[in-house]
Design a protein around this ligand. Structure first.
Ligand SMILES: [Zn+2]
Length: 246
């Protein structure tokens, strides 16, 4: 009843964070991508107004982490089915914009394959999401650590300072800094192919790309806010293109 009242009152946009359940090195829990995906979505919703955050999808597409116990990876077809069913549910509820947000970059190929079919499938509801993952990464993950005085080799692309700091800001009780470790600090582009084809353990024995040890809660808050502003700007642009606040 409360959601119906909010939708009728103008809360016509819903952000759906896509997360993952995958290893994030010794210091972090399996739920990192689901947690920062949700945290950034909530912050963006507050910036935008008239926006709700739907239930996070806590399982994603993570085959490259499969050799680490605890990782739960969906088949891409399963994830695509979940994305479809969530979009349909929110469209039926009366939301006019459904935006899928990537807490886990590995979900990107599945999301992009789904969006063309979903965009106009339900009359009156525009289904969309983050479409430019590399643009997003270069404007956020690869920029804000440098502003904060952290080298990208430390901030890392997976379970490094960037994600560890965000977790210290969002869920400090789930971080074990006493076992934080250094991982592979090579540029992501130089190891991506091996990692995606043979598994992350081929490039990092502890599953970390970056360095968990210099993580800091204050920087994590800065990172979360920066990601949220990017998300809010992207969604605001989509709503503007569709003729003012949808
Ligand atoms: Zn992650």
């Amino acid at each position: 009843m409360e959601i119906r009242r909010l939708i009728n009152g103008g809360f016509d946009t819903v952000i759906v964070p896509l997360g993952a359940t995958e290893q994030h090195g010794p210091a972090l829990p399996l739920s990192v991508d689901s947690i920062h995906g949700t945290e950034t979505a909530l912050r963006a919703a507050r910036i935008l107004g008239h926006t709700l955050v739907g239930p996070v999808v806590t399982l994603g597409y993570s085959p490259e982490h499969a050799r680490f116990a605890g990782t739960v990876s969906l088949a891409s077809s399963t994830l695509a089915g979940i994305i479809h069913d969530i979009a349909e549910s929110h469209a039926r509820s009366g939301f006019r914009v459904v935006y899928f947000w990537l807490g886990h970059g590995g979900d990107n190929p599945v999301l992009q394959a789904c969006l063309p079919d979903l965009e106009a499938k339900w009359p009156g509801c525009h289904v969309t999401g983050l479409k430019d993952l590399s643009g997003y990464v270069s404007e956020t993950w690869n920029k804000i650590p440098l502003v904060a005085g952290i080298e990208l080799s430390s901030s890392g692309s997976h379970a490094g300072e960037f994600e560890t700091s965000m977790m210290l800001a969002a869920r400090p009780g789930l971080v074990r800094m006493e076992v934080a470790e250094l991982g592979n600090t090579a540029p992501f582009e130089s190891i991506e192919k091996t990692m995606m084809s043979a598994g992350i353990e081929m490039v990092s024995a502890n599953g970390v790309l970056g360095d968990q040890r210099p993580a800091d809660a204050e920087r994590g808050k800065l990172y979360l806010d920066h990601l949220a502003r990017y998300l809010a700007a992207d969604l605001d642009r989509i709503r503007t293109e569709r003729g003012g606040r949808v």
